[in-house]
Design a protein around this ligand. Structure first.
Ligand SMILES: Nc1nc2c(ncn2[C@@H]2O[C@H](COP(=O)(O)OP(=O)(O)OP(=O)(O)O)[C@@H](O)[C@H]2O)c(=O)[nH]1
Ligand SMILES: [Mg+2]
Length: 301
C-alpha cells in the first residue's frame, strides 16, 4: 500500500518477474486489487497491489475516489504483513510533501498490530544516499516498530533483504495456491489492463478519467496457435472518443500496437487485437467504472 505513484505495482511486478499489474508515470494507475503469487522453495508469498491511498478527494470524482480508497483498505484486511511503499526520491527532493501524503496513513499504520515494513523506494534516483537520512529519521519517529527498507523496484536494490524479512514475518502454513499459479486475475482482465496501460502511455494527461476497458470477445484458434481479442474502450463523451482515437487514428493505432505486442508475449501465441471506442452516457459510464472495481452502483441495488 502507499500513496499514488510510489511504485507499488512496479515492486509487485519485479518480485513476480512478470508484468501482472500495470504501471505508468501518472498517479492512480491501479484501480483495484491485483494479486501476485510468489512460490519459492521456502515460502509462498501472496502480494496484493492496491490503488494509491491519498487524502485528496476531487469533487467530481468523489465517489470513485472513495471506492478506490475502500478497495485499497479492504484488500489489506486479510494480510499478515503490511508494506507501506513511499517514493523516497520525491521526499528527498521535496520534504514538504511527506507530511501531507502521510495524513491518511499515519494513524492507521501506528495502530497496526501486524508487522509493518516501510519501503523507501526509488533509491536508484538518489545520487547521494545520505539524502535518505531525514526521511528515514522521520519515518522511524512516526512508526518506531516498523522495519525500514530502502529499495529500488526498478534495479532490484534491497529487494532480496526485504523479501527475506517478509518471509520471516509470515505465519507457517501450507501453500494457499498451486505453485504454478502466478495470479488470481483472469487473462481477460490482464489483457484489458494492458490496453488501459497503453492508453495511459499514449495519451498521458489527456486520458479522460472515466475511461474503462472491457474485453468483449476472446476467440482461441488452437490450429493456428492464435487468439483474437475484441476490446472496447468506453468513454463518457464524443470529445473523449476523438481524443482516444487521435488525429488520423494515431492514438488508437499506437495503443493497439503496443498492447498487442505485450498481450502476445503474455499469452505466448499470435494475437489479433481489435479495439473499439464507445461513448457511454456519463451515468452509464460511471456505473461501468464503479463496476470495474467490483462495486454495484447504488441505483442498481
Ligand atoms: N527510478 C525508479 N522509478 C520507479 C521505481 N519504482 C517505480 N518507478 C516509476 O514510478 C512510476 C509509478 O510506478 P507505479 O508502479 O505505477 O506506481 P504505483 O504506486 O503502482 O501507482 P498507482 O497505481 O497510481 O497508485 C512509474 O513511472 C515507474 O516506472 C524505482 O524504484 N525507481
Ligand atoms: Mg499501481
Amino acid at each position: 500500500m502507499g500513496p499514488p505513484n510510489a511504485g507499488k505495482s512496479t515492486l509487485l511486478n519485479k518480485y513476480l518477474g512478470r508484468k501482472l499489474s500495470i504501471v505508468s508515470p501518472l498517479p492512480q494507475t491501479t484501480r483495484n486489487r491485483i494479486t501476485g503469487i510468489l512460490s519459492d522453495k521456502d515460502a509462498q508469498v501472496i502480494f496484493t497491489d492496491t490503488p494509491g491511498i491519498h487524502q485528496h478527494i476531487h469533487q467530481q470524482r468523489g465517489g470513485t475516489h472513495r471506492l478506490m480508497l475502500r478497495a485499497a483498505w479492504d484488500a489489506l484486511d486479510g494480510a499478515d504483513v503490511l508494506g507501506v511503499i513511499l517514493d523516497a526520491d520525491l521526499y528527498a527532493r521535496k520534504a514538504e510533501f511527506l507530511e501531507n501524503d502521510l495524513v491518511p496513513l499515519r494513524v492507521p499504520i501506528a495502530a497496526e498490530t501486524r508487522p509493518v515494513f516501510v519501503i523507501a523506494n526509488k533509491v536508484d534516483l538518489l545520487g547521494d544516499k545520505s539524502r535518505l537520512l531525514p526521511l528515514l529519521g522521520r519515518l522511524h519517529e512516526l512508526w518506531p516498530e516498523a522495519g525500514l527498507f530502502p529499495v529500488s523496484a526498478v534495479d532490484g536494490e534491497g529487494l532480496s533483504g526485504l523479501l527475506a524479512a517478509i518471509k520471516l514475518a509470515l505465519p507457517e502454513g501450507p501453500p494457499c495456491f498451486p505453485e504454478d499459479m502466478l495470479s488470481t486475475s483472469p487473462l481477460r482482465f490482464t489483457a484489458a489492463e494492458i490496453v488501459r496501460e497503453k492508453l495511459f502511455l499514449t495519451l498521458r494527461q489527456e486520458l479522460p478519467y472515466f475511461t474503462t476497458v472491457a474485453v468483449e470477445a476472446w476467440e482461441e484458434d488452437d490450429e493456428r496457435d492464435a487468439v483474437e481479442i475484441h476490446a472496447v474502450i468506453n468513454v463518457a463523451k464524443s470529445s473523449h472518443k476523438a481524443m482516444v482515437i487521435g488525429r488520423a487514428g494515431r492514438n488508437i493505432k499506437q495503443t493497439g500496437q503496443a498492447a498487442r505486442l505485450e498481450i502476445a508475449q503474455l499469452l505466448g501465441r499470435k494475437t489479433h487485437l481489435r479495439l473499439w471506442v464507445k461513448v457511454r452516457d456519463s451515468r452509464a459510464d460511471e456505473a461501468d467504472f464503479l463496476r470495474s472495481f467490483g462495486f454495484v452502483p447504488e441505483a442498481e441495488l
